[in-house]
Design a protein around this ligand. Structure first.
Ligand code: ADP
Ligand code: MG
Length: 339
């Protein structure tokens, strides 16, 4: 096992920032810690790094109990959102820095730096200073520097958080490829569900200092364990369960008073059948790649549907038109039982 966190808690005053968290990260895998701001992701990462000591529980790194080991002893590479590079050093000197500290001989050092520059696709940028790089390039230098000393573990805390949306997207797929090349055990913190889904093998969803669910991106999306996970990982409609569009597949005697429906599972028809409920098209929002349709149900509830362009063109619906709706799937959670 690359990393094993066992029943770890961290309390600040009377506030439990991390509450009895256990998780495992397989050697060589890339795991995302996903959760809203304040859910304890950074605190957990800092305890894995050795920057913070847990109040209880243990942290095992590559088979050794590292709970009380120093940062230096853990041999970990980090990248933070604002991991400032040394401004007065060139890209090459920045990457070489951890190797100098470890007294790696000059020729070996130079060779390693050139390899790393290639790895992060900054071959021609070695002589530049950080101020002469874009934000995305700087974070790639930070990653090269983090990898320089061949760490056993790489920890990334919202490394793309300060970059604009387009650059973030590019860096996501770049990170995925990089990980396939170097295969270092990596924990990647993000509050962005799309980023977590795209980059990682496994996602750990955190909420209020606890782990809500661990699973592959598709498990988390298709089989959310809790209402929180279902709502956090993608858009969802939450409606009273007697709203009339519950598919047969959903166990009728399941506990829970609400149904959770994904907008893309909603089917709109211009004719009724025995699974549909009548509705009226309230608003149509054309986003280009998808069309969002807000439907007004008889009960007064709003139901959001999302259609592909083809589906929308085929339906040929307009605002205020009466339609019939059902859902391909629904989830019911016993936590949402009001009785
Ligand atoms: P995340 O990274 O998921 O946004 P953090 O781990 O940074 O969350 O923080 C979790 C909670 O712990 C937050 O409410 C934060 O205010 C609190 N917290 C974090 N570090 C400290 C600290 N050093 N002292 C007091 N409270 C802290
Ligand atoms: Mg954080």
């Amino acid at each position: 096992m690359g990393i094993a966190v066992e029943n770890v808690s961290k309390v600040y005053g009377s506030f439990r920032a991390v509450d009895a968290v256990s998780l495992e990260v397989k050697t060589g895998s890339l795991v995302a810690l996903l959760g809203p701001s304040g859910s304890g992701k950074s605190t957990l990462l800092r305890m894995i790094a050795g920057l913070e000591v847990p109040d209880s529980g243990e942290i095992w790194l590559t088979g050794e109990n590292a709970t009380y080991k120093s940062v230096q002893e853990r041999n970990i590479g980090f990248v933070f959102q604002h991991y400032a590079l040394f401004k007065h050093l060139t890209v090459r000197e920045n990457i070489a820095f951890p190797l100098e500290i470890r007294k790696i001989p000059k020729t070996k050092r130079q060779q390693r730096v050139e390899e790393l520059l290639e790895l992060v696709q900054l071959g021609g940028f070695g002589d530049r200073y950080p101020s002469q790089l874009s934000g995305g390039q700087r974070q790639r230098v930070a990653l090269a520097r983090a990898l320089a000393a061949q760490p056993r573990i790489l920890l990334l805390d919202e490394p793309f958080g300060a970059l604009d949306a387009q650059v973030r997207k590019e860096l996501r797929s770049w990170l995925r490829q990089l990980h396939q090349e170097v295969h270092v055990t990596t924990v990647f913190v993000t509050h962005d569900q799309e980023e977590a889904m795209e980059v990682s093998d496994q996602i750990v969803v955190m909420n209020q200092g606890r782990v809500e669910q661990v699973g592959s991106p598709s498990e988390i999306y298709d089989q959310p364990a809790t209402p929180f996970v279902m709502s956090f990982i993608g858009p969802v409609n939450v409606l009273p369960r007697n709203v009339g569009i519950l598919p047969d597949k959903v166990v009728v005697n399941a506990k829970g008073d609400r149904i959770f429906l994904r907008p893309h599972d909603i089917v709109i028809q211009t004719y009724p059948d025995d699974e549909t409920a009548p509705a009226k098209v309230d608003r149509i929002v054309n986003l280009g790649w998808e069309i969002r349709v807000e439907l007004l149900l008889k009960s007064g509830e709003i139901l959001n549907a999302s259609l592909s362009r083809d589906q929308f063109n085929y339906l040929n619906i307009e605002e205020a038109q009466p339609v019939y709706v059902k859902s391909k799937q629904a989830k019911i959670f016993p936590e949402y039982s009001l009785s």
